[in-house]
Every structure is written in structure tokens, then in C-alpha cells.
Ligand binder design. Structure first.
Ligand SMILES: Cc1ncc(C[n+]2csc(CCOP(=O)(O)OP(=O)(O)O)c2C)c(N)n1
Ligand SMILES: [Mg+2]
Length: 456
């Protein structure tokens, strides 16, 4: 029973703060470890390695591997299924009304409208890009349909100089920071103006100026890197934290464990934001894990956690603000699990109708984060149907214009495939590069498409 009480106590704290959520001090106090009645010595794990831990009382366990335990005389198994799930913090209900009127609204009209318009712009970009892929105008694309509130709610709550590691489905964060539609399209079309200069997968964006580390396709590689970067920031006395986005599927990788554990033991200011959208391509979450999502893992690592309704832009904003406060003021990691649903295809190479029901997708289509926010701002009298129509039309046109411009730009010189990896080209690559040049010269008539490349 005693073991179970300890477990409940942790969840008791979580429940109390996660429901009411937006009060920073409540969240922060909940994240500090409390001692139980049965365990009256002060929680101070550092005393163990500092050699100041008192070894006097034999009625308390002094095993170096656990400093929070106590002895019990009844054998009891801890069955996770007996415990309640971690609650999901929200501000707005599906009708766009504030659920708890006592919750103060943390952001003003101008910022909320800017955020709403950004969600729509992101949605429009995804829509046009997805359809352009279907028309054969680009090779591959990934939409964030249904996850717009996570991108914009978190981006607005962060400092623009916080270092962001993305997975691949977080383009709204970059958009919020000022990455232009031309930059998105140039990269996806692989033209010579694109950040990757035609050498990367479409959607693998990056921007040094915008503090957005260039994405890499292997899942979760960014998770230990984020802990390392946060350690460097901590050592340099920086006022910024590191933010690392990842998916529910990516959390199954070994690197996720390595990242969490390094972040915890090095006590670094990193916010791990899980976009739990229910699927890893065709794999349903229940095939991925049998615990209570990703937030439930946090206490196992000694990390604070917040589970938030990722379809509620205001709740995401509050949660990330609170997470950032804790991460920086206490120099410790926080896991934010943003619950959502991947409404679109995994990517343009996927067909979700083969592994999930139309009813399920239709349910989430009716519970879209953009609709929920629109209901809120419309009820407030800040937004009208007319403005809605105009903004959708304008944003669509903006992205269509960017596509048209991008298609007129030249593709990079094929020789560039050899550059930017080695400072000095190794001999075998030099030979391959010369061979390619000779080949293209000799057989140029066989390659009519070379006119689309920058050949000088
Ligand atoms: C190490 C590794 N294994 C497998 C893949 C193939 N892969 C690409 S995306 C993906 C699913 C990831 O799902 P999740 O993390 O939930 O993100 P979501 O696509 O749902 O946003 C997989 C398995 C990969 N890129 N890297
Ligand atoms: Mg997923």
C-alpha cells in the first residue's frame, strides 16, 4: 500500500496543477519533489554524492540507487493500469469558450489574432504544397494539418533565440520566426536558392539566423543533441533554452531515452515537446506503447511533465510558457506532451485510408484546432466571416505566387553535389566530380533538362 501511496502522491500533485494549469507557481511547486509523511528526511539526492547523507536511521533504506524509497512489509505489485491517466490541460472547450473563467487570459487580442492568422497561413501553405505534389510539381511533402496550434502556440511562447530542434513536421515554428514562403518553396523544389541547394529531402528545413537547427531524417537523432546543446548553453550562462520537437513514434527510439536521461542528469534547460498525434506512419499509438503516453515517462527520468491539449492554441501557449520558466529558472528539462491527431497523410507517400477509419478522421476533422480558435475570436468580436474568407484567399495566393516564382528559378549546378561536406575534396570524389563533368559535356544532347540547371 505504501508503495502505491508514493505513486499516487506524485500523480496527485500532477493532477492538481495540470487541471488548473496556467498558474506558473502551482506548476513549479508541483515539479519539485515532496517528501511523504513516512519519509521525513529531506529530499536531497546530491547529499549522496557529496557524502553528507545521514546513514544513522536503519529504518530507512540507504541504497544508493534510490533516495526516495521507504520500507514496507506488504508485497505489492505496481500495476500501471490501476492508476489514472495524466490529465490534459486545456483553456478552451470545443465551442471556443474559456472552460475556467477564473483563468486569466495570458495574451492580448493582437497577439491572439497574429497567432490565429499564422495558423491559417500555415494551413494554406500545406494545402497548396500537398496539391502541388499531386500535380507533380514537387517530389514530396508533409503537412501539419491538425497540428497547427502546437506549432504556433509554442513558437509564440518561446523566445525567438531559443534553439529549436525539429523532427520534420514543425514548419509553423519556422514560419512564425520569419522563414518566408519563398524559402519554404525553394527548399522543397530544390532550386539554387533553397537552403539545401537541391541536396536535401523536401521539408528538411533549417536556418541559422532563426535558431532552427537543420533537420535530419533519421528519427530522434536530435534528442540527445538537444541535451548536449542545452548543456553548452547552461555552461555559457545563456538566457536561452533548447527546444526539441519529436513525435510519439520517435519516442520509441533508443536516442529518446539517451536524450531524456542526459538532460535529467546534466540538469539542463531543454523543453522536449512531443507532438502525440496518435500515429507513427501507419502504426497506432497502442502498438507503439502501453503506458500512459509520453508524459508518464517523465517522472521515471526525474523530469517535470505537462500534458496539454495540442488542439488548443491558448493552452499550448500557457504550457510552453510555464515549461520555459521552469527550464530556465531551475535549469532542468521539461517534457510537454501535446495531444493531437495527425489529420493529414503521414507524407505524400502515404495513404492513411488503408489503416484507419473514415469515422475517426472525420471526428478530428470536426475538431480542428483552427476552428476552435476561430470560434473563440469570433465570439470575442475580433474576427468576422468576411475577414476569414479574405485571409484564406490571400494566403493561398501568396503561396501560389511563391510556387510560380520558384519554378522559374534554376536548379543548382550538378557539380554542387560534391560540395559542402569536405573542406578539401577527397581524391576519389575529385575523380567522380571530373568524370561527371566530362560525361555531361560529352552527352549533353542526351540531357535536354540540363537547361533547367545553373551550368556556369
Ligand atoms: C531511425 C528511423 N527509423 C525509421 C524512420 C522512418 N520513419 C520516418 S517518419 C516515421 C514515423 C514517425 O512517427 P512520429 O514520431 O509519431 O511522427 P509523426 O510522423 O507522427 O509526426 C518513421 C518510422 C526514420 N526516418 N528514422
Ligand atoms: Mg506521430
Amino acid at each position: 500500500m505504501a508503495v502505491r501511496n508514493t505513486f499516487y502522491q506524485f500523480h496527485g500533485f500532477s493532477r492538481k496543477i495540470l487541471v488548473s494549469g496556467s498558474n506558473r507557481s502551482r506548476i513549479m511547486s508541483a515539479c519539485r519533489y515532496k517528501t511523504t509523511d513516512a519519509q521525513d528526511h529531506k529530499y536531497n539526492p546530491k547529499s549522496l554524492i557529496e557524502g553528507t547523507h545521514s546513514l544513522v536511521d536503519d529504518d530507512k533504506p540507504h541504497f544508493p540507487g534510490s533516495w526516495k524509497s521507504r520500507y514496507v512489509d506488504k508485497l505489492e505489485l505496481i500495476k500501471p493500469e490501476l492508476h489514472e491517466g495524466i490529465p490534459t490541460y486545456r483553456v478552451l472547450n470545443w465551442d471556443g469558450d474559456i472552460v475556467n473563467p477564473k483563468e486569466e487570459l495570458k495574451l492580448g487580442k493582437d497577439l491572439i489574432l497574429k497567432m490565429y492568422k499564422s495558423m491559417v497561413k500555415l494551413h494554406s501553405m500545406d494545402d497548396v504544397m500537398f496539391n502541388s505534389q499531386r500535380q507533380g510539381r514537387l517530389s514530396f511533402y508533409m503537412t501539419a494539418n491538425g497540428e497547427e496550434a502546437i506549432h504556433i502556440g509554442s513558437a509564440a511562447a518561446l523566445d525567438n533565440e531559443d534553439e529549436v530542434y525539429g523532427q520534420y513536421r514543425e514548419q509553423g515554428v519556422l514560419m512564425w520566426r520569419g522563414y518566408t514562403l519563398d524559402e519554404f518553396v525553394d527548399l522543397c523544389l530544390g532550386n539554387e536558392y533553397g537552403h539545401g541547394r537541391g541536396r536535401t529531402n523536401p521539408t528538411l528545413y533549417g536556418s541559422k539566423e532563426l535558431h532552427y537547427i537543420t533537420l535530419s531524417a533519421p528519427l530522434s537523432t536530435e534528442m540527445p543533441q538537444a541535451a548536449g546543446y542545452a548543456y553548452a548553453l547552461k555552461r555559457s550562462g545563456s538566457k536561452n533554452c533548447v527546444v526539441c520537437f519529436f513525435g510519439d513514434g520517435a519516442a520509441s527510439e533508443g536516442d529518446a531515452h539517451a536524450g531524456f536521461n542526459f538532460a535529467s542528469t546534466l540538469e539542463v534547460p531543454v523543453i522536449y515537446i512531443c507532438r502525440n498525434n496518435g500515429y507513427a506512419i501507419s502504426t497506432h499509438s497502442y502498438e507503439q506503447y502501453h503506458g500512459d503516453g509520453i508524459a508518464a515517462r517523465a517522472s521515471g527520468y526525474g523530469i517535470c511533465a505537462i500534458r496539454v491539449d495540442g488542439n488548443d492554441m491558448l493552452a499550448v501557449y500557457n504550457a510552453i510558457k510555464a515549461a520555459r520558466d521552469i527550464a530556465l529558472s531551475e535549469s532542468r528539462p521539461v517534457i510537454v506532451e501535446a495531444m493531437t491527431y495527425r489529420l493529414g497523410h503521414h507524407s505524400t507517400s502515404d495513404d492513411p485510408t488503408t489503416y484507419r477509419t473514415d469515422e475517426e478522421a472525420a471526428y478530428w476533422g470536426r475538431h480542428h484546432p483552427i476552428d476552435r480558435c476561430r470560434k473563440f475570436i469570433t465570439k470575442k468580436g475580433w474576427w468576422s466571416d468576411e475577414e476569414e474568407k479574405t485571409w484564406y484567399k490571400e494566403t493561398r495566393q501568396m503561396i501560389i505566387n511563391s510556387m510560380d516564382r520558384a519554378e522559374k528559378k534554376l536548379l543548382p549546378n550538378p557539380h554542387e553535389i560534391f560540395t559542402d561536406v569536405y573542406d578539401e575534396l577527397p581524391e576519389r570524389l575529385k575523380q567522380q566530380s571530373e568524370s561527371l563533368q566530362r560525361h555531361l559535356k560529352e552527352y549533353k544532347d542526351e540531357y535536354p533538362d540540363l537547361t533547367k540547371f545553373h551550368m556556369e
